[in-house]
Design a protein around this ligand. Structure first.
Ligand SMILES: Cc1cc2nc3c(=O)[nH]c(=O)nc-3n(C[C@H](O)[C@H](O)[C@H](O)COP(=O)(O)OP(=O)(O)OC[C@H]3O[C@@H](n4cnc5c(N)ncnc54)[C@H](O)[C@@H]3O)c2cc1C
Length: 505
């Protein structure tokens, strides 16, 4: 069955796809988005259960602060106008079984005093670290993404180099060391155990965690009131206002190719849509090996997807709780005296978050609570589709709830709703390989890939492009939105059109 034809078909109404759609429309291209789900946002989502809204994504949004990096892009996408953000003074706390508590303040001076109280003998290290955070408050993380690298001329490279030069020492010093490694330089035993968890995952390059604190200090990494799906919906609205069209419940089975040129897509229900260009804004592996049948490959691409790079698969247990937790710290990682066994792995810490800072997410006097853990995808994949999968979800959530009761006495009796999302939930819902929350996890090993960028075209295939979190290692909402912006810039360049942007009223 043949349907309409347009200039650009985009596969996926996640943030990358919606952003590409908006910029396509701004530049006079007629675009249509095919989305397999019945909602926009992809991973940038939230779900409502019994009066509670469980957020599945944004903890911090780069670009939330006026005149700060990424902000003007959000203005163009109509995502930020009139939106309220919560800016936290502390990112999280790490609490040891002894009760010792590391408070990860976003103010570098406050953090320095706090760390020095624990360990005057580590003063040199602490001062270097906090001075580094101050330096990152001046660093523009969007610099590397502002223009597609293949469109940059000598002048652009020169301007970029000039802007980056003052930070080269900083990037070298903090880009090659993970939080786990940094922690081992401390003499103080508590800091040695707490610092690996201060940015949520131990293999995070220090540069990334320090930039995060710096952006939080600048009030440029806030939480959007109303949660992630509301945020994604604002991009969908902007796209529709610009004249774009989203087809929901439209899962693409195949990219249609003629003479090595992408010409359209076929859906699972056999509908076919044709276009001058196709942009895939969904799972990278699925695009290359399923939608295109593995026909357009080279060694580099095969290697990317051979499983050697780290991927972040997550278990999230969300709880609707009949208790007001607003006086509790909003995010705590508890270090455990005795490990608990979750999904076949011993866990020595659990991260717990509540969302009382956004009163729209729970009925008055009640709270949303969340436990998040990284978890092995294989474990869940092995049992998926069997009755044991459901049993396992219940068992693992019970273990975590039992553990929570030690930190929040009596909490079990207050729990009204339990929702479990495994890596298979994320995979089923968004199609992302291994349920990955960010494409490849940002570590020291993948930093180089993030900086260099991944080629957005496939060898031997014309009129076809890829964007989103699998093309921008480390993912994140602003970076994938920039990925969508850049691809339209590239297409305008190919068509010798000036790339234009507009800002809605
Ligand atoms: C728990 C969690 C916490 C996070 N925290 C943050 C944070 O604090 N800050 C931040 O900036 N980022 C955060 N991220 C990362 C961020 O959400 C992602 O990197 C980003 O949203 C990815 O967007 P995307 O458009 O590239 O891909 P996706 O969101 O995966 O979108 C792909 C879309 O394509 C659709 N699709 C897939 N296959 C097909 C097909 N065959 N046909 C049609 N449609 C298809 C999917 O349904 C989906 O809508 C977090 C992610 C998670 C999961």
């Amino acid at each position: 069955m043949i349907n309409s034809s347009c200039d650009i078909i985009i596969i996926g109404a996640g943030i990358a796809g919606l952003s590409a759609g908006c910029y396509a429309q701004m530049n006079g291209y007629r675009s249509e988005i095919m989305e397999m789900h019945n909602l926009p946002g992809g991973l940038c989502t939230a779900w409502k259960r019994q009066g509670y809204t469980f957020d599945g994504c944004i903890h911090y949004l780069f670009g939330s602060g006026k005149n700060q990096p990424f902000h003007s892009m959000w203005e163009e996408l109509g995502a930020i106008q009139g939106r309220k953000f919560v800016n936290h003074d502390e990112f999280m706390r790490v609490i040891a079984p002894s009760g010792q508590t590391l408070i990860v303040y976003t103010d570098p001076d406050r953090l320095e005093h706090h760390l020095l109280d624990f360990s005057p003998q580590d003063s040199k290290l602490i001062k270097q670290f906090c001075a580094g955070i101050w330096d990152f408050t001046e660093f523009d993380l969007s610099l590397l993404q502002q223009k597609p690298k293949n469109l940059m001329n000598w002048g652009d490279w020169w301007r970029l180099t000039r802007k980056m030069l003052p930070f080269m020492g900083l990037l070298t010093q903090w880009g090659h060391i993970s939080a786990q490694e940094f922690a081992q330089r401390f003499h103080n035993p508590f800091l040695r155990s707490a610092i690996p968890h201060m940015f949520a995952w131990p293999s995070i390059p220090m540069m990334v965690g320090m930039s995060l604190l710096a952006y939080m200090y600048n009030k440029n990494a806030g939480f959007p009131i109303g949660a992630s799906l509301e945020f994604a919906r604002s991009l969908e609205q902007r796209y529709l206002q610009l004249g774009g069209k989203v087809h929901y419940c439209a899962q693409v089975e195949r990219v249609l190719v003629e003479n090595n040129q992408a010409v359209g897509v076929r859906l699972y229900d056999n509908r076919e849509y044709f276009a001058g260009r196709v942009i895939s804004a969904c799972d990278g592996r699925g695009t290359i090996f399923n939608l295109l049948g593995g026909k357009y490959l080279n060694q580099k691409i095969k290697k990317l997807y051979d499983g050697h790079l780290p991927v972040h698969s997550q278990l999230q247990v969300s709880l609707g709780v009949n208790r007001d937790l607003s006086q509790e710290p909003h995010w705590v990682t508890h270090l455990l005296e005795t490990p608990i066994l979750i999904a076949g792995e011993n866990r020595y810490e659990i991260g717990v978050k509540h969302y009382c800072f956004d009163p729209s997410l729970a009925p008055p006097g009640k709270s949303v609570m969340m436990v998040m853990l990284n978890t092995p995808y294989d474990y869940w994949q092995r049992i998926y589709g069997r009755s044991i999968y459901n049993v396992e979800q219940i068992q693992e959530s019970q273990i975590l709830i039992d553990q929570l009761a030690e930190f929040y006495p009596g909490i079990k009796a207050d729990i009204e709703y339990v929702d479990v999302a495994t890596p298979l939930s994320y995979e089923r819902y968004t199609g992302n390989w291994q349920g990955s929350s960010c494409g490849w996890l940002l570590t020291k090993e993948t930093m180089g890939l993030m900086i260099a960028g991944i080629e957005k075209k496939l060898p031997g295939l014309d009129n076809f492009y890829m964007i989103g979190q699998w093309l921008e290692p480390g993912g994140s909402v602003p970076v994938v939105a920039m990925s969508g912006r850049n691809i339209i810039q590239q297409i305008c360049h190919e068509d010798q059109r000036e790339f234009v942007t507009t800002v809605p009223d």
